[in-house]
Write a new protein. Structure first.
Length: 440
């Protein structure tokens, strides 16, 4: 390690006060009052020496920045798409994509839409539809590719709603809302064939493409000898475009991009980019950020890194699951998901068991996590999950061992946990700013 930062210890009494002041919403607690922060793996990674060196090469020219062309060369080689526009993060790319492609009444299917994806679709008056494979409904089933899309259900949706009313199909790799589960190459190919037969563009939400590629290498027959880069390139070859948050599988603290093969759409997206993000060769980012992304996209495909990443995530998952904590099986790439509905059956869905578990884990040990359930998705939530997202290249095994001990201690006292009710919420993405109070 070349740089460290202090972690501030708090007392249980202090944490109780912070919870009350934040309305029992962990998003509203100051980071200085968090000991281990597993809220998200987005933008929280540690950058490498090569990325910091690249930052010093950043070209801050408003137009035609060399940093942009360095990033574009890497993206072009990796994805093979004809057009790439940078954006300040993934949800900005989503907003541009759905503003250009969606109209009121449209339907956008996915394996499972994540929160910002769904919100951007619904903001346009379209309907986001989740089509996970049936085995995804069982959090305990140890199937290798529970992130797959149900292709038969996709065919039925197209037959019912009509291909003309479906502007695009999204595949999230890995499937974040579905427990961080990977999507197989065979499933990507099957979805692609259906999309092309009906003339519907296929887009990948590629935030964690490298982790998905590694899990394909480990779990899908025929790809054992392929490099992660070769698998990733094959994944992108089946699609017509992608959205990407560089805050995940590029180790960057900010940034993203939108790709397409459609010349007409690219022109429209670029016009909107100029209106809301910036000139097409910086897209709301500093040149140094573009350079950091370019380096990160190459580093993330290093087999040694990916092997360690997947094994270290499984280390957390197995150490709590083997002691009776129900997790989404098998462990995925970026996070471990506790099935709070199964762990806390005495807390009804209407009282948000995963949010109650998140609150107790912070109260007990100063660990911040995030609810992926009825708070985030309302009645459309398939499960009540607590996500423990692990920042890349940040925490050591001793930190994770502390997390394991804390979760096991909370699990032992789980019967005394009580639910929450919402007292204040916004109309969109309520989990970011809603306020709660304990029930009873």
């Amino acid at each position: 390690m070349k740089s460290v930062e202090p972690l501030r210890h708090t007392t249980r009494e202090e944490r109780e006060r912070y919870l009350e002041e934040a309305g029992y919403n962990l998003f509203l607690i100051a980071a200085r009052n968090i000991l281990i922060d597993l809220l998200t793996d987005s933008g929280t990674s540690a950058m490498s020496t090569e990325q910091w060196a690249a930052i010093m090469r950043g070209d801050e020219s408003y137009a035609g920045s060399e940093s942009f062309f360095r990033m574009k060369r890497v993206v072009d080689e990796l994805t093979g798409f004809r057009h790439m526009v940078p954006a300040h993060q993934g949800r900005a790319a989503e907003r541009i994509l759905f503003t250009v492609m969606c109209r009121p009444g449209n339907v956008v299917p996915s394996n499972t839409h994540f929160d910002t994806t769904r919100a951007n679709i619904e903001y346009r008056g379209a309907r986001a539809v989740d089509l996970p494979v049936p085995e995804a409904a069982d959090t305990q089933a140890r199937r290798p590719f529970k992130g797959n899309m149900d292709v038969a259900a996709l065919e039925r949706l197209i037959a019912t709603d009509g291909a003309a009313n479906i502007p695009l199909i999204m595949l999230t790799v890995t499937d974040n809302s579905g427990g961080g589960q990977p999507v197989s190459l065979a499933n990507i190919a099957d979805v692609s064939r259906v999309a092309r037969r009906h003339g519907i563009p296929l887009y990948l939400d590629a935030c964690r493409f490298a982790e998905n590629a590694w899990l394909i290498k480990e779990r899908e027959a025929g790809y054992e000898d392929w490099s992660p880069k070769q698998i990733a390139q094959k994944m992108f070859s089946y699609a017509d475009g992608c959205t990407f948050s560089a805050k995940k599988d590029a180790f960057a603290n900010i940034g993203g991009f939108l790709c397409t093969n459609d010349d007409r759409l690219a022109a429209q997206e670029t016009d909107l980019l100029i209106l809301t993000e910036g000139f097409p060769t910086y897209g709301g980012l500093a040149g140094r950020d573009l350079d950091a992304i370019a380096v990160g996209l190459e580093e993330v495909l290093d087999p040694d890194y990916l092997r360690y990443r997947i094994v270290s995530t499984a280390y957390l998952g197995r150490h709590i699951a083997d002691r009776g904590v129900p997790i989404v099986e098998p462990p995925g790439g970026h996070a471990i998901y506790i099935d709070a509905g199964r762990m806390l059956p005495h807390i009804p869905k209407q009282q948000f068991p995963a949010q109650a578990l998140a609150v107790e884990l912070y109260r007990h040990a100063g660990i911040r996590s995030v609810e992926i359930g009825s708070v985030m998705f309302g009645d459309q939530a398939q499960h009540e999950l607590l996500r423990l997202a692990i920042p890349r290249r940040v925490y050591t095994q001793s930190h994770i061992d502390y997390v394991v001990e804390a979760i096991l201690e909370v699990n032992q006292a789980r019967e005394r946990l009580r639910g929450l009710e919402i007292v204040e919420e916004p109309p969109f993405l309520r989990h970011f700013s809603a306020r709660f109070r304990p029930v009873g």
